[in-house]
Design a protein. Sequence first.
Length: 422
Amino acid sequence: MDTHDDPIRTALGAHLGDDVAERLLTRIDRYSNLPNTVKGTAKTEGAPEVERAALVVVEDPALAGALGLEATPDLGPYPTQELWGLLTLAARADVEVLNRLAEGLGDQEYARRLQATIRRAAAKHAAAPTDGPERPASQAPDVPQKVSEVKAWLAAHPDADPALLAPREGQRAAERSAAVRALGTIGTPGALDVLGRYAEESYPDAVLKELHRAWGRFDRREFAARMFRQAPYTLSLGLAPTLEGIGAVAGLTSLEVVLTGGADLAPLAECTGLRTLRVGAEGEPGLLGVGPLRDLPELTELHLTRTTRNADLTALSGVGARRLRIDLEDADGSFLLDMPRLESLLVGGEREDLAGVVLALVRRGVRVAAYRHQRSWVTGLREQAEAAADVHLVETNGYLGLTSEESAVDDVRRQLYLNLLP
């Protein structure tokens, strides 16, 4: 390829050489969607020269149009796949680039979510140990350097002052996790005071695991109030055994969690400001019930996924969410017809009669998507939709999308390509 046909390749080539630029952009373009582009690029090894070049390119005003940072008449800014990949690298060099390009990145949900992922990835990259020499033992503080050392360290220091485990300049990621483990094990009010100094809007997975381990050793409400904060996009709790105490988090409007100990949603009844809720119910018994969601008047987007078979999902008929993603498993889904504000739906299931429910929703104006691999019922859905003059189909990225509006077909296709609700 002649890189002069592509201004982005030309600009990168000027900093890195044409071959390196070509390989980088080809790798970015191979991802199937934008979330995978960001996640995949975030896993690449550090290369400061490449990251600095990406920073220069994404901030070059002359490339704003090619990168999709300039507003279009109908859609506003629509950042390209190449932009998101390069931005993931650029944030390693300077994470503030996300703030400087905020207007061009847009305020759509998918854009906010991708930016949050990039911020977490940049923080994780910055905290990763380098390949340089280990810090001499004489310079290491007398605290555990990794989680596996915590038990022995506490045994040797039974009256340790929690302040020894406070955050400090130059603290490595492994030391940070070890400190959180140790403070959680100590479990005193003084330990919680020190833990509070580690509080952030988002955490690396290793630290989040330790926080869940520690949560039950303190008053759960006080711990949640100190350690969890509403991030710009969502509060992500990762894998958690319970949500007990979550109601104490101030200003909670968006929450994402995978519950592993039986998904009891009762603690959410107190979170009346929630607008977005994503719950994955892992393993058995999975989701225990959805009744508490009726007490969330602001709830706009709801995801209930993984194991839902043991919950009475008919209680959702009184929930006013506009956007819903749900795994029905063997439920018939007829309650979906009684959700008064439903506008878009991504549904998984097993029953053949689910096709009739979906078509009825589409004819009411609801945009619906299903997983193409669920042939047990999606094959029949496709056949019925193709025979209907008032239903329009979209197939992309592993989804079958349906809408009653011919003018909405391109928008549905774009949303599904981005792994978003239609």
